[in-house]
Design a protein around this ligand. Structure first.
Ligand code: SF4
Ligand code: SF4
Length: 481
């Protein structure tokens, strides 16, 4: 199992950023104001499914099968850190070794780069350092190879790429796979990240975590790992993964990591198969004493395209995000809906309905970040060195073996398009929330062929928008693409 199911394992960075307590810096005050100002009655009256505000009732679930292995990750935002989401904040756990004072994308090189180019440096880089995996989940094409894949970046190539990256930023590196612990040089990579002023975290399936491995994680200053659990029982999880015993190994790996002081984030990719089990998986995660619970909305592109039929219809998708908003108020875990940029619209709509403003003081970093950060402050490097806005954005913008990362980040027309929100088309272009949401560019690309087109899985209709959303998916799936 390449346990980056969905994008899930690829995001142990999120709460880490929150713990570090920095501004994402993605939104300007003006952008926040624009999202706040016009979201009156129109925005709040969105046509939710019957489960508005509650658990995603009525969502079908309970099938076996799998969720995709989309490498990399969603940049989605930075979670509510100190202050976090309303209410649940004080009760949220903090886990793992901290790295006080580390500010991704805030170092001297990053500041100099932004001043020189006017472009934000990457703050989070998901790096598929291998596609090899110890498991072979039925749904994951990256799995079941035990040696290096052809063309996989060597240790020297990885070090050279890090050397280049740190000339423009000091990011969080999400080391993912495949199963990153399968790389024999994993600790050398981790140490090199630290030595160069970056922060490595690991996305893992956790089945390889022994006391010895967890001790190494702690010794090599891994502040947090992320682990996917998509079902609350061994029977369902193992069936889903196609790996008998996998659930128990994963749960035990989490317990061991926690015993060694390594923070753990449980990720759940939500599909039709398990949307009615979100609460149960949350409760399992809470019972394991983890630090965060991140739901990931399936993005059926690239390696995940086989799972297209499992994607929630947009209305149910919205209901899950509403559940997250409400449940966060009482959960001790930090939530971060991911691959779901409209969550940042929903925050503002719900806050407005509650008579609140989405301020840093009340909502923490949720107030300061943006839904889709692909190409903006986040990107993905594949196992062979291809650079993408995120793991689901099925377009390679250059290869670090041929061109320095820093040049691709600076010069790619696609990256630069993604940074210019005025280029968004369709209802996203007309939307007052485009600065805080932006829609999923990977879905737009997959379904329309144009990464600047409207997000197909958003039910919101901006005021005054009269255009047809021709590519909006029908119930249970997309209409084209
Ligand atoms: S229309 Fe686009 S920008 Fe507006 S909330 Fe929906 S996905 Fe986000
Ligand atoms: S394009 Fe979609 S999957 Fe990629 S970072 Fe943006 S919201 Fe996430």
């Amino acid at each position: 199992m390449a346990d980056n199911v969905g994008n899930a394992d690829a995001r142990p960075d999120l709460d880490l950023e929150a713990e570090l307590g920095q501004d994402d810096g993605t939104l300007t005050e003006q952008e926040i104001a624009e999202a706040e100002a016009p979201c009156g009655g129109v925005g709040i009256g969105i046509p939710l499914s019957g489960a508005a505000g509650g658990h995603p009732a009525g969502v079908p679930g309970g099938h076996p099968a799998g969720v995709p292995g989309g490498p990399g990750g969603h940049p989605a935002g930075v979670p509510g850190g100190p202050g976090g989401h309303p209410a649940g904040v004080d009760r949220q756990r903090h886990g793992g070794a901290r790295s006080v004072g580390f500010r991704p994308g805030g170092g001297e090189a990053a500041q100099a780069y932004e001043a020189r180019t006017g472009i934000k440096p990457p703050r989070i880089i998901a790096w598929e350092i291998t596609r090899s995996c110890n498991l072979s989940c039925a749904h994951c094409r990256a799995a079941a190879e035990f040696g290096a894949y052809a063309g996989e970046l060597s240790l020297d190539q990885i070090k050279a790429t890090i050397d280049d990256i740190v000339t423009i930023t000091n990011p969080i590196f999400i080391l993912t796979g495949g199963e990153p612990l399968m790389r024999p040089d994993i600790w050398e990579i981790v140490d090199y990240c630290h030595d160069k002023g970056a922060m490595p975290v690991i996305g893992t399936n956790a089945t390889l975590i022994t006391d010895e491995i967890a001790a190494q994680m702690a010794a090599h200053r891994i502040p947090r790992i992320s682990v996917s659990i998509d079902f609350p029982t061994a029977e369902e999880h193992d069936s889903f993964r196609g790996e008998p015993g996998c659930f128990e190994q994963t749960v035990e790996g989490i317990r061991i990591a926690k015993r060694h002081g390594v923070g753990v984030q449980v990720n759940m990719t939500v599909t039709k198969l398990n949307a009615d089990k979100v609460e149960a998986v949350h409760d399992l995660a809470e019972s394991l004493g983890v630090d965060a619970f991140h739901i990931f909305m399936l993005v059926p592109t690239g390696r995940g395209s086989d799972l297209l039929e499992q994607e929630l219809p947009p209305e149910e998708y919205e209901a899950v995000l509403e559940w997250a908003y409400e449940r966060q108020k009482t959960s001790p875990l930090h939530f971060k809906p991911t691959d779901a940029p409209h969550y940042y619209r929903i925050i503002r709509q719900k806050a407005k309905a509650e008579g609140k403003k989405v301020t840093r003081e009340e909502y923490g970093l949720d107030a300061m970040t943006r839904g889709c950060l692909g190409g903006i402050t986040f990107c993905f490097i594949s196992h062979v060195g291809d650079l993408q806005p995120c793991g689901y954005f099925d377009m390679q913008l250059g290869n670090v073996k041929e061109k320095p990362f820093s040049e691709i980040w600076t010069e790619s027309n696609v990256f630069n398009d993604l940074r210019d929100y005025s280029l968004l088309k369709g209802k996203c272009g007309a939307c007052e929330y485009k600065a805080v949401c932006g829609g999923c560019r990977a879905r737009a690309l997959e379904i329309t062929g144009d990464y600047l087109e409207a997000e197909p899985y958003c039910i919101y209709e901006p005021p005054g928008w009269t255009g047809e959303c021709a590519d909006a998916p029908a119930e249970g799936g997309r209409t084209n693409g």
